[in-house]
Each structure stands twice: as C-alpha cells, then as structure tokens.
Ligand binder design. Structure first.
Ligand SMILES: Nc1nc2c(c(=O)[nH]1)N[C@H]1C(S)=C(S)[C@@H](COP(=O)(O)O)O[C@H]1N2
Ligand SMILES: [Mo]
Length: 376
C-alpha cells in the first residue's frame, strides 16, 4: 500500500481532502500548494502535525478543563464554558506554520518530517486572549516564561511524558493575538486540530500552539519540556556549513518565522493552451511577526521581476493574498518564482539558505513550472 492509500481512511475520518501524508504514527500531513488557494484555508485542507498519538475524545467539550499555575497569585482551574462566559471573545484570521515547513529543500537533507511548502494554513480562530486569563490569575514579578501541556500521549502511547511541551517568553504570551481557541473557521475546533481547546501563538513555530490544552505552567525560567532543549527549535547564531552536526555551536531558539510566499495558482506542471498570451499567478505571503511589504514574480530566473497586487491583511498575523498577470512570449516551458519581502527588508532566497541540523525556517522561493503547448 502506498502512503496515500494508507492515509485515506484517516483523512476521511477527519474530513481531510487531498493532503499528502508525511507520516501516520504520529499523524503528519501537508497541503499541496494549489489547495491553499483560498483566503481562509478550509478545515478540509488544513495541514496536520502531531508529535505523539492522539488523546481520547471527550463526550462534552464544554466540560474540558485546563489549569493555569506556577508564578501566579491565584491558580485557575477553568472549564471551556468558564472561558466562554468569563472573558471577551476575539476573532482573528491568523497563519499557523510548522517550524519545519520547507525542510525538504535543504541540501543536504536535514533531520525531521520532509515538509515541502504545505505545513501552513490560515484560519479564523475564535477564543480569548491568553493575556486576559493570565491577568485573572495575576502574574507574579517572577513570571518569565510559559510551559504548555496537552492531553496527547507520546509516540509510544505513554502519558508519563508529554509528546511536546514548549513555551514562550511572557511578552509573547501577553500579546493580544495569542489565543486560547475553541473554534476554527466558525466551527467547533475539530478534534484533530486540538479541540476542544488549543493555543494559537501566531507568527512563531506552530509547535507553540499546543493542542488539547490542559495546562499553562507560568515559570520563572525558560521552559524545558520536550521540544525546548538541545537542537529542538534552535538555530545556529552564526551560519553553519551545510551538513554540520551542530555540536558545540552557539544556538538560539527560533522565534518569529521568516518571510515566505507560496504560489497557489497555477498548480505546478500545468499545461497551458496554445495561444495563451498571459497567465494569472496567485498566492499567499506571510512574515512571522513582521508584515509583508511586497511580492514579486519572475519567469526568467530573476532577471526581471513583476510586482504583485496584494490584499490588506484583516488583522495582524493574517496572510496577504497576492496576484499578478504575467505575459508569456509564446510556446515553451516557464518557471515561475514568487518572492516576498518583509517590513525589515528581508527577501526570500533563491536557494535554501541558512542550513541548520534540524531544518527549521526554510523560506526558499516557491517554484511552479508551466508549459505552453505548441499550436496544433
Ligand atoms: N498537544 C500537542 N500540540 C501540538 C503538537 C503536538 O504534537 N501535540 N504539535 C505542534 C506542532 S509541531 C504544530 S506545527 C501544530 C500543528 O497544528 P495542526 O495539527 O492543527 O495543524 O500543533 C502543535 N501543537
Ligand atoms: Mo510543527
């Protein structure tokens, strides 16, 4: 059986269509770029990333409970219903992107799931700002970091260790857009995306957005759960020669994700009818904590660029959609590249730069090839 055949029952179970399976235990699946052609990514096309096995489902989501403890004045033990009734709900459309998105473009190959460009989606999240809940708990002066805990068992099915438990400096936790979310695209948060309750920590690696959230431990130091130590989510401070083992080099935790764009139409490998004189190229772009200031496309390997028109993001951390009409000079083969530039002037590279042992933060330009067939 191929990976795709094996995936079908699981994808059907979770209402997924057209995803590419990267692994089944843990379940990991990415979205082909051409299925990310919507302003808001439908749940059926939203990628899946798990580091352990799935937790048990629960009968009544409103009874889901989670705690806030550690460096707080009052320990909170709240149900989902308490959250909905006690705090002001927020609705933001925001990008969620795996820290390893793009990993497969590194050469030599880096450790981990071989994401191409589809470990990303942009959904409308409904929930409350984590800061409002932390305020209710009362942060002590010693509160420096969060630690996130979910209900999922690890890869071996054990609940003794967390499959993944990461955290953020308290300033990120206190951002308006860092949400405790219970709905996605206006629907009850699907189980596979962490329902009944998950964190959404936008702009930073997806691993911070803990699914099936059970506990926020407010800490007086950097959190040290699985995913926080060693080479996990750390980048070399100084550029490394590709293929290094990363031993003995200075590393820092990856925070904001780098600027990135994808071409969502046409699909790679599209054949264009004879006589086509131009092609509409569309896509999405986002830039971690920064803004996207422009997107350009080239069909001549970067010799000339055409500026794309962009939509305005709905709110901070939303992606922008862009579009550009590119004239074609007749029959033949064309490679389209899209390049986004962020508000700090940083652009995407033509090849996977910034090689690192675990393959994080690859933002190489996306390439789509099309062929205009000859007149019959
Ligand atoms: N409890 C829990 N939360 C988790 C994970 C996990 O394995 N367990 N994986 C993280 C990672 S690495 C990513 S990229 C996102 C993916 O979210 P999604 O599956 O809803 O797309 O969830 C994050 N939250
Ligand atoms: Mo991830």
């Amino acid at each position: 059986m191929t990976m795709q055949e094996r995936a079908k029952p699981v994808f059907d179970l979770f209402g997924k269509e057209g995803l590419t399976l990267l692994g089944d235990k843990p379940l990991v699946a990415e979205t082909p770029e051409f299925l990310l052609d919507d302003e808001t990514t439908p749940i059926s096309h939203f990628f899946i990333r798990n580091n352990g096995l799935l937790p048990e489902t629960i009968a009544n989501p409103e009874d889901w409970r989670f705690t806030v403890d550690g460096e707080v004045d009052r320990v909170l033990d709240l149900s989902l219903a308490d959250l909905k009734n006690g705090f002001r709900p927020k609705h933001y459309r925001m990008v969620l992107e795996c820290g390893g998105n793009g990993r497969s473009f590194f050469d030599p190959k880096a450790e981990g799931n071989p994401w191409t460009n589809g470990g990303v989606g942009c959904a409308e999240w409904t929930g409350v700002s984590l800061k409002d809940v932390l305020k209710e708990a009362g942060l002590k002066a010693s509160a420096l970091f969060t630690g996130h805990f979910g209900a999922d068992p690890d890869k071996n099915g054990s609940h003794e260790h967390q499959a993944m438990s990461r955290g953020v400096p308290i300033a990120k936790a206190l951002e308006e857009h860092t949400l405790l979310a219970w709905a996605m695209n206006g629907e009850k948060l699907p189980f596979i995306h962490g329902g009944p309750l998950r964190l959404v920590v936008p702009g930073w690696p997806g691993s911070l957005s803990q699914k099936w959230l059970k506990r926020i431990w407010v800490r007086d130091r950097e959190h040290d759960g699985p995913g926080m130590t060693g080479l996990s989510y750390r980048m070399p401070v100084r550029p490394l020669p590709p293929g290094s083992d990363g031993m003995g080099v200075e590393l820092r935790v990856l925070e904001s994700m780098p600027v990135r764009s994808i071409i969502t139409a046409p699909a790679d490998g599209t054949g264009l009818a004879a006589g086509t004189t131009s092609i509409e190229v569309r896509g999405a772009a986002w830039a971690g904590d920064e803004e996207v200031v422009r997107v350009d496309c080239t069909i001549d390997g970067g010799a000339t660029w055409l500026p794309a028109t962009m939509t305005s993001p709905r709110n901070r951390y939303d992606w922008v959609r862009w579009c550009v009409e590119i004239p074609l000079k007749g029959e033949g083969y064309y490679e389209i590249f899209a390049r986004a530039i962020d508000s700090k002037g940083r652009a995407q590279p033509f090849h996977a730069a910034n090689w690192n042992p675990n393959g994080y933060g690859c933002n190489v330009m996306h390439k789509v090839a099309v062929t205009l067939v000859a007149e019959a």
